[in-house]
Design a binder for this molecule. Structure first.
Ligand code: NAP
Length: 348
C-alpha cells in the first residue's frame, strides 16, 4: 500500500497547514484513487482556514482541504468502468461536502467520485488540468441544474439556441468555465471583466465584454441585451470586493429584470437583498452536481471529448508557485492577495 502525505488543517483556523503522513484509503465501488500531479487553490480554501467553523460548521478536524486535482489513476473501485489504472485525469475532490479527509485534494493520494472526474489528453499537463474542476463544477451547477438556469447541455457540436447569457465576472475561474460551457451549449455570452481581460474573455467565446467598474454598467448591459432573448445571468462575486459582490448581484438582477427572456440569476455569493418581483435568484453550491445528472453530462459526456478535440481550454492559466505540499500554505496566501485571470497551482 502506498504511503500518503497530506497538508493537514489540524484544527479550526490552524495556520500554517501541517505537512505530515496521512492514511492511504482504497476506493469504494464508485470511486477512484488518484496520485496527484498538481492541485489548484480556490478562495474557499484560505477562507475556511481563516473563518473556521463560521463557514462550514460541519467540518471535522483534522481535515484535508482542496477541491482541484489532476493526476494518475492508481486504483479503481469495483463498479467503475470509465477509468483504469494509469489513466491521466482531472477531478473535483469533494472532501469538504463528504467530510472525509481522504477525499480532500491537498495530499499525495486523493479518493475521487468517479463521476466527478474526466480523462485528460496527453498534451495537457497536470498543472494546466488542475485549474478546472471547482470552477467548472460551480459554473455547471448554475448553468445546467434544473432549479437554476436549466440551460441546454454543452456539446462539442453546439446547437445554437438563439439566446444570450450574461456572465458577470468572466475572468474569474468560475467565469472562464461559465463562458466556455454556455458557448458549447449554444448560447451567445456577454461578459463583464476588467478591460485588461476583454481579449481573454473573448478568446473563451464571449461575443462582447463590458467593464464591471463602469458607472453606467447596468445601462450598457441592458442596451447590449436589447432585441435579444436573455437566458439569464451567472453572477460571480469576489471575496476581496466590498460586500463580496452584492453590487454585482444587484446589477445582474436589474439587467435580467429589464431584459426579455429568462429572468433568473444564478449566484456564486449569498446576498441578503430580495430580487425584484418576477425575478428568480439562487445561491449555487458548487458541488451539488455530484448528486444529479449534470455531473455525467459535464464530466462524463462533454469534457473529455471537448479537451481531446481542443474545443475546451484549461483556463485561467496556471500560476505555479512551487512543487510539493509544503508550498500549499504560500499558495493560499498568494490566492488571498487576489489574482487576475490566473489560477494558483502547486505541482506535486
Ligand atoms: N458558491 C460556490 O460554490 C462557489 C464555488 C467557487 C467559487 N465561489 C466564489 O466565486 C467567486 C469567484 O471564485 P473564483 O475562484 O472564480 O475567483 P478568482 O478566479 O480568484 O477571481 C479572480 C478574478 O476576480 C477579479 N478580482 C480580483 N480582485 C478583485 C477585487 N478586489 N474586486 C473585484 N474583483 C476582483 C479579477 O477580475 P479582473 O482582473 O478582470 O478584474 C480576477 O480575474 C469567489 O467569490 C468564490 O468564493 C463560489
Amino acid at each position: 500500500m502506498p504511503s500518503n502525505t497530506a497538508a493537514w488543517l489540524t484544527a479550526a483556523k490552524a495556520n500554517p497547514l501541517e505537512v505530515k503522513s496521512a492514511p492511504y484509503t482504497s476506493p469504494h465501488e464508485n470511486e477512484i484513487v488518484v496520485r496527484n500531479g498538481a492541485v489548484a487553490i480556490n478562495p474557499v480554501d484560505w477562507a475556511i482556514q481563516e473563518m473556521g467553523e463560521t463557514l462550514f460548521s460541519w467540518i471535522k478536524y483534522p481535515t484535508v482541504l482542496g477541491s482541484d486535482v489532476a493526476g494518475e489513476v492508481v486504483e479503481v473501485g469495483s463498479a467503475v468502468s470509465r477509468f483504469k489504472t494509469g489513466d491521466r485525469v482531472l477531478g473535483h475532490a469533494v472532501g469538504l461536502t463528504e467530510n472525509e479527509a481522504s477525499e480532500g485534494g491537498f495530499q499525495a493520494y486523493t479518493v475521487l467520485l468517479a463521476h466527478m472526474a474526466s480523462r485528460i489528453p496527453d498534451p495537457l499537463s497536470y498543472e494546466s488540468a488542475a485549474v478546472l474542476p471547482l470552477g467548472l463544477s460551480t459554473a455547471a451547477c448554475g448553468l445546467f441544474q434544473k432549479d437554476y438556469l436549466a440551460l441546454q447541455y454543452p456539446s462539442v457540436e453546439p446547437k445554437p439556441t438563439g439566446k444570450a447569457l450574461l456572465v458577470w465576472g468572466g475572468s474569474t475561474s468560475v467565469g472562464s468555465n461559465g463562458i466556455q460551457l454556455a458557448v458549447a451549449a449554444g448560447y451567445e455570452v456577454i461578459a463583464t471583466a476588467s478591460p485588461k481581460n476583454f481579449d481573454y474573455v473573448k478568446k473563451l467565446g464571449a461575443s462582447q465584454a463590458f467593464d464591471y467598474n463602469s458607472a453606467s454598467i447596468v445601462d450598457e448591459l441592458i442596451g447590449a441585451f436589447k432585441g435579444k432573448n436573455i437566458a439569464g445571468a451567472l453572477a460571480i462575486g469576489n471575496v476581496l470586493a466590498a460586500g463580496n459582490g452584492a453590487a454585482a448581484a444587484a446589477a445582474c438582477l436589474e439587467v435580467v429584470d429589464k431584459s426579455k427572456g429568462n429572468k433568473f440569476v444564478a449566484l456564486t455569493m449569498r446576498v441578503s437583498e430580495n430580487p425584484p418581483s418576477g425575478v428568480g435568484a439562487k445561491f449555487i453550491f458548487g458541488s451539488s452536481l455530484k448528486d444529479n445528472e449534470v455531473s455525467a453530462a459535464v464530466y462524463g459526456d462533454f469534457l473529455p471529448k471537448a479537451l481531446a478535440e481542443g474545443k475546451y481550454i484549461a483556463a485561467p492559466d496556471p500560476l505555479v508557485v512551487g512543487k510539493g505540499l509544503e508550498h500549499i500554505q504560500a499558495a493560499f496566501d498568494l490566492q488571498k492577495k487576489g489574482v487576475s485571470a490566473k489560477k494558483v497551482v502547486v505541482a506535486l
